[in-house]
Write a protein that binds this ligand. Sequence first.
Ligand code: MTE
Ligand code: MO
Length: 424
Amino acid sequence: MSVPTPPGHRLETDYDRRRLRQWLAGEAKADGVTRRRLLTLLAATAAGTALVSPRSARAAVAGIVKPLPPEWFIERGTNAETRWEALRGTGRNTPNEKFFVRNHTATPVLDADDWRLRLWGSGLRGTPGEDRPVEFGYDDLRALPAVSRTAFVECAGNGRSYYTTQQGETVTGTAWTLGAIGAAHWRGVRLSDVLRRAGLLPHAVDVQPRGLDAEYVSGGESLGRVRRPLPLAKALDDVLLAYEMNGERLPYDHGYPVRVLVPSWVGIASIKWVGDIEVSAQPLFSPWNTTFYRLFGPAHPEGGSAPLTRQATKSAFELADGATFPAGRVHVLHGRSWSGAGAVTRVDVSTDGGANWRPARLHDRPRAGTWTRWSLSWRPEERGATDLLARATDTSGRTQPDVAVPNTQGYLFDAVVRHPVSVV
Ligand SMILES: Nc1nc2c(c(=O)[nH]1)N[C@H]1C(S)=C(S)[C@@H](COP(=O)(O)O)O[C@H]1N2
Ligand SMILES: [Mo]
């Protein structure tokens, strides 16, 4: 595999984009040029790149700031999926530059010095008045006790394309394979600490963080800014307001300056670029817990299931689709398995399309909220096409089924995935 050129050394257009971003982040000067104008330029250079060079067009989804080398990412509309083969040899956590990006619109390049987090609503004592607002600046958050947590962020639609390719179902949404997940070491403050400091009232039931990215338009209608209610019990349990990712300042694409991090839950709960949090004494609703992120279809209640919470159980090989293996030699297959319901403690692998299974060797101490790496050696003798399969079992007793129960929006695909390879 070729090594991607370091960011910023590739093309002049990259340099332009970077400079504009630095200005937007307050790191460079551009007197007399409005922010709006520069945002327009930033969008234009992203689009311009596509006209200049097909290679960098593949490497620049408009609206994502970081470089997206095609060796690491598959572009999917406004999103970038991590290639599993790019995780081979990385540690337990996903390097920030390889972490998938799921954007409803585009990454806003914000300035921590201007940023404020506003908490408001009927569930707060707060400041007298209807909205009872309380504000925290970036430095206010950094001054609170810091906590760290290792957790994956995974899109609820990760693996969606297998509903179609393995099960023949028609589903809507981004056709992810298995790369809409990453695990990281996050550092920030407890949401519970911030809520208590803001004057949380005992009758509060829901909190709703909202992003500072642009309003999301679907079918010609604006659904407003990305927001999704979180039950207070979860908000007080293990949720962070994160400002660091793997020891670095949170990258722009992953929510700079601050994102919500909701361990084990569907990725949509982990609101990036959080600007305000409504704290409510009444249950809250948004399109993201009504129209989206519920299960619809014949196997589910009329009107849909309850709003999605925990992620499914899944496994993936650190291999490209169609990878080739010379016959008559020993190969070591590597992969990872994870679950939103507990730690993965067992993984079984088949190298013959599901006929025979062997337990994989686990490389990590199983932990809830993140994945377990594993390996298995394989000496293929027969030349030709075969499928590799991996099946995880977690501490809650869940084992990946052969078939996932379908839903119209293709969420929570949990069946064992058939990974095609050939022996040559
Ligand atoms: N403000 C905001 N937060 C957001 C999103 C978004 O588009 N805007 N996408 C959500 C979805 S659907 C997912 S899966 C995760 C993806 O996080 P990542 O881009 O850091 O990988 O962010 C969530 N938080
Ligand atoms: Mo998502």
